[in-house]
Design a binder for this molecule. Structure first.
Ligand SMILES: O=c1cc[nH]c(=O)[nH]1
Length: 448
């Protein structure tokens, strides 16, 4: 079914359509999809987050096992949404019209707008912070440069995706391989400090990263020629990069952590580490670009005729000003809270979409409401928070305390060691199956 009631079939720029009323060109192949998603996975955010994945006192192979398992689960979820986007040729938020109805899709869209602006700001800050540390210069000029470049890239997203897949990927690969070779040349003692309390809480952190891209994935894979290429490109590209980047962080901590270094210090400590980190800082720009572009495309789920270039310029300006003025680090737990909202939604979408006959997924302006499917999403989120309440210090600490009290009411041990993502997913997926399967079985028995 079509997205809008008067879809035009050509794009006016030779790139992504300017409005939701134009049909997207399917010009990306497997190589483009793989390259784009591998680039998005090569992010400094992952090695920096590796400290939360380290299982203290356990062999490095156990921590790496948790990374591989978490990356595989997250990547499959990402790939399923990627495939649905390629088949339906619509952005993720529009895809959700088929799940929840046109009006209710505004709810995840609003959450996604907040998370995309937050992530765009966060990425600009990471780029500026790392560049100013490596070059020993003030931060603000790098904020401006990163904000302007990310916004400019968001104006021609398909052209940028091709450049990333054909060229930037090699620079990223060279930097990552070089850092691995240098770090692995050091002795790797057992890590005695780390924040993970069990194999599954370690895997949980890893799952969060690929799934945080779930609300954005179809914005790009709607241009991929087939569902299979979109699945393989997004899942393999982002999954492999996730394994590599988390593992790099863990081995860097093992090699240099005893000297009191954080991951960035550790990577800078290797010979020519500053050059390799600068390459990684440059390729971090694609994350900022993707967040700016996806904010614009997600907004089109509400304002279908708005020009995405105008929206992107506004979003880029807001993210740059926020990066200059706002302590985004304090906002990070909110980004993870929103991430927790999207984990069960990814499961609900995967079950409902792949149980629906081809051609019957309605993403039109008149997509009917399916309020029952809000229940598995909500239940999955509640199960997630009851397993592991999102942690806030300072403002927002009341959220963590409230959920800790509900855990106590229900006799759930706070240190239960379970993966909140997997519990939330299991609840969401089983309830979705319960909601939709009876209808499907009836329809099979009574042919139209
Ligand atoms: O920049 C980022 C990082 C993680 N997830 C996102 O959606 N964006």
């Amino acid at each position: 079914m079509s997205t809008s009631d008067d879809v035009r079939t050509s794009t006016s720029t030779g790139d992504a359509p300017l409005t939701l009323t134009e049909a997207p060109a399917a010009t990306l192949g497997l190589r483009d999809a793989f390259g784009l998603w591998a680039n998005l996975g090569v992010s400094l955010l992952l090695p920096v987050a590796a400290v939360f994945v380290v299982l203290p006192g356990r062999p490095l192979s156990t921590t790496i096992g948790a990374i591989v398992v978490g990356a595989a689960i997250g990547a499959v979820l990402l790939g399923l949404a990627a495939a649905a986007g390629a088949r339906e040729r619509v952005p993720t938020m529009v895809l959700l019209r088929g799940l929840l109805g046109r009006r209710a899709s505004a709810l995840p869209t609003a959450l996604n707008l907040v998370q995309c602006v937050g992530w765009a700001t966060f990425e600009i800050v990471i780029i500026a912070e790392a560049a100013s540390r490596v070059l020993d210069a003030p931060r603000w000029p790098f904020v401006l440069v990163a904000g302007v470049l990310a916004t400019a890239m968001a104006l021609r997203p398909l052209g940028v995706a091709r450049v990333l897949a054909r060229y930037a990927i090699w620079a990223a690969l060279a930097a990552v391989v070089y850092l691995f070779v240098e770090v692995l040349a050091e002795p790797l003692p057992l890590l005695t400090e780390g924040a993970a309390t069990s194999f599954w809480t370690a895997a949980d952190i890893v799952i969060a990263l690929p799934v945080s891209w779930f609300p954005l994935v179809a914005d790009y894979t709607r241009h991929v020629r087939s569902g299979r290429a979109a699945f393989t490109g997004a899942a393999a590209g982002y999954g492999l990069a996730t394994v590599a980047m988390f593992t790099l962080g863990v081995v860097a901590l093992a090699a240099y952590g005893s000297a009191g270094f954080d991951v960035i210090d550790a990577l800078l400590a290797v010979p020519l580490g500053a050059v390799a980190v600068l390459v990684l800082v440059s390729v971090e720009l694609d994350e900022a670009f993707a967040n700016v572009y996806s904010t614009a495309v997600s907004a089109q789920n509400i304002v279908a005729r708005a020009d995405r270039r105008l929206l992107a310029v506004c979003v880029g300006a807001v993210a740059t000003v926020l990066a200059l003025t706002f302590d985004i680090a304090a906002y990070e737990p909110f980004l993870f809270l929103i991430g927790a909202v999207f984990v069960p939604l990814a499961g609900v979408l995967a079950v409902a979409y792949f149980a629906t006959p081809r051609g019957a997924w309605d993403t039109s302006d008149t997509a009917p409401a399916r309020p029952l499917l809000l229940l598995p999403w909500l239940a999955g989120f509640l199960a997630y928070q009851l397993t592991l309440p999102t942690y806030f210090a300072g403002p927002g600490a009341g959220w963590t305390a409230w959920w800790a009290a509900r855990q106590a009411d229900l006799g759930i041990t706070p240190a239960n060691g379970w993966s909140a993502s997997l519990v939330g997913l299991a609840v969401a997926v089983s309830l979705t199956a319960l909601v939709i399967l009876p209808g499907r079985l009836c329809r099979r028995r009574i042919p139209a």
